[in-house]
Design a protein around this ligand. Sequence first.
Ligand code: BYC
Ligand code: FE
Ligand code: FE
Length: 482
Amino acid sequence: MPDGTQIDYNGLIPNNVGLADDQRVRRALETWHPGYIDWWKQMGPEGFQDCPVYLRTAVGVGAEGWAKFDFVRMPDYRWGVLLAPQVEGRTIPFGAHKGEPAWQEVPGEYRAMLRRLLVIQGDTEPASVEQQRHLGATAPSLYDMRNLFQVNVEEGRHLWAMVYLLQKYFGRDGREEAEELLRRRSGDQDSPRMLGAFNERTPDWLSFFMFTFFTDRDGKMQLAALAQSGFDPLSRTCRFMLTEEAHHMFVGETGVQRVIQRTCDAMKAAGISDPYDIGKVRALGVIDLPTIQKKANLHFALTLDLFGSEISTNAANAFNAGLKGRYREDKLTDDHQLLHDTYPVLRPRDGAIIREDVPALSALNMRLRDDYVEDTQAGINRWNRVLERSGIEFRITLPHVAFNRRIGEFSRLHADTSGRILSDAEWSARRLEMLPSDDDNRFIASLMRPSVAKGVYANWIAPPRHGIDNKPGDFEYVHIVR
Ligand code: BYC
Ligand code: FE
Ligand code: FE
């Protein structure tokens, strides 16, 4: 039932892609499965593998009611292969093949390019699980612990999503790539994950919330661009992944929001109005607002690097080929080929940052990054409403896109958060005004004590407004078994 909305749960691998009748791919995936479980047990959430966790599992791919909630031990989670329903008569929406029927098989001339996109996408998913594997031990509540594990199992499923495409459409090469995806390790010297941000540490829960807010949102943007793909199985895969991604961003946005809320509440209760009175605020056992800003600066810059260079022939080629579109390509009203258009790109020139029109095809990474910044700003505005309501004179802002970059136009210069270009000496002197210092990190680490009694939250974070699946405040989302 290749385009069914019902999921077949009978085999080892839940799916709606007809694996029961596709012996070759089913065998390949079943052969890969034990290695995946080994990886999960070794590199997945540390210390809680035997605990029943209140998780959602996909039971359909339609818009309504696709999830079912139940207690599951994570290694028993039913990781499946789920594609959004096939759209009858879909055509390639952009690029040189615009208007031709969408590909149901890999177009031979673009095989290598497509494989690279799948592998890069696939590589990020297990990387994030690896980065977050120590966090269970310091969860600020059972609610948060459950959300962490939910994100983790879904990132695991996103790996399955890419591995299915590799196994089904790339034969032997695909099988080799699938093995490699289990072999690389986040932060490993010899065999790191492919993209920069996925080799950074996620040492504390504020980092986790920032990561899901900023970096999972890159996931959303990239998946949205790939969901437009003329390679139909990729489009359908990404469309379903996006429905899961929404929860990851919810976890990040509300996580940081609750940290801000708690800080404001504690400051008000103690009669502190100056957010820069850091010693006094920290003495309350909450995270001061300037440090929250520094963490946001760090994660924003790391995530901007994931968009690649502003000017990129890879991006132009992927668009021309019809493999990777723009954000909401289907809502845009130009010719979807961009051969004659330009797009403004920010670049350094003679000690200043200028805006320059370049051929639109070459600027697609920049464009997606612009869409990302806009989407991110909307979330920041929602954080700031907490500050407004509290009457505290502080607002979270996004740093300039030139700040602290390692990829692209700005990687060879230093700029402050307002985009002023700095000398090396100025940068060294001012760096820690803008980025978390060891001292800041030590302070945050000192707050990371587990809080695992039902309905109890660590002092540095406010409780959520609603439970998951409408559960009451004291719901035991994770049954801790030792
Ligand atoms: N780190 O033309 P360029 C997610 C390399 S997140 C290291 O500038 P291109 C998730 C690049 O590979 C979404 N290397 O860039 C979130 C190339 O190397 P080669 C993940 C980098 O190719 C949270 C060279 O520099 N999905 O899902 O247009 C939790 C020149 O490349 C980096 C995707 O990214 C970097 N940051 O764009 C869980 C979608 N940036 O090939 C999951 C698929 C660039 O010359 N990927 N390089 O050796 C793509 O579309 C593109 O590969 C990129 C880069 C947008 C990443
Ligand atoms: Fe993902
Ligand atoms: Fe995600």
